[in-house]
Write a protein that binds this ligand. Structure first.
Ligand code: NVA
Length: 222
């Protein structure tokens, strides 16, 4: 059981990073472990990625507060953690998704509460063009996340208008950056020319997973 595993690993380790499917497993592990537990990815959230993302935005744009981040596509685990993180730093977050692909309503409510306190905003829209216009950051993630593989065809159809391509980048601020947590599916949520283009911050973002997670361990592990 997760509970027994938590007790055993707590005797072996100074901390646990768990990358799994169900969010409840992380929470269960954290409840029973005596050492810090880090969420390394679940079906609901990806907070470790969001830390690296915020670090990258601050490095590249010099600030977080007041910057406009447009997330295009599926309101998934990555979108949820980014939204919550962005709100906590007073960013102007907008997610453009088709109907039925919005980020989880409870997370939206909590992000909006944080945004009000920090002077940011959290918007949900249907129009990818509206969202991308004047954005400082364009962000996307795969249309089919882990566990959704059987639904891939329908998801490709529904999300077809939400790709980040060269035209989308043109709509954003001239010095906007493009982000993706990887792995990318070229020709679906992003084109290869954008991912390797001059405005891509994707490789800094990938590197910053290392630094942000080192910082997290330094902060919570004794
Ligand atoms: N949304 C993706 C993120 C992969 C790092 C997934 O859950 O599969």
């Amino acid at each position: 059981t997760i509970k027994d595993t938590a007790h055993v690993l707590s005797r072996y380790l100074d901390g646990i990073m768990i990358r799994t499917f169900a969010q409840e497993e992380v929470e269960d592990l954290a409840e029973h472990a005596d050492v810090p537990v880090i969420n390394g990815l679940t079906d609901y959230a990806h907070p470790a990625q969001a830390l690296a993302d915020l670090m990258t935005i601050r490095e590249r744009l010099g600030r977080l507060s007041g910057t406009r981040l447009a997330y295009l596509g599926d309101g998934n685990n990555v979108c949820i953690s980014l939204m919550v993180g962005a709100a906590r730093f007073g960013m102007r977050f907008v997610a453009a998704t088709p109907e039925g692909y919005e980020p989880d309503a409870t997370a939206v409510t909590s992000a909006r509460r944080a945004a009000v306190q920090m002077g940011g905003t959290v918007e949900l829209v249907r129009d990818a063009v509206d969202a991308a216009r004047d954005a400082d950051v364009l962000y996307t993630d795969v249309w089919t996340s882990m566990g959704q593989e059987e639904d891939a065809e329908r998801r490709r159809r529904d999300l077809a208008g939400f790709q980040i391509d060269d035209g989308t980048v043109e709509l954003a601020q001239p010095d906007a950056i493009v982000m993706h947590c990887l792995p990318a599916h070229y020709g679906e949520e992003i084109t290869e020319s954008v991912l390797y283009g001059p405005q891509s911050a994707v490789w800094d973002q990938a590197e910053n997973r290392l630094h942000a997670q080192k910082a997290l361990m330094a902060l919570i592990m004794r």
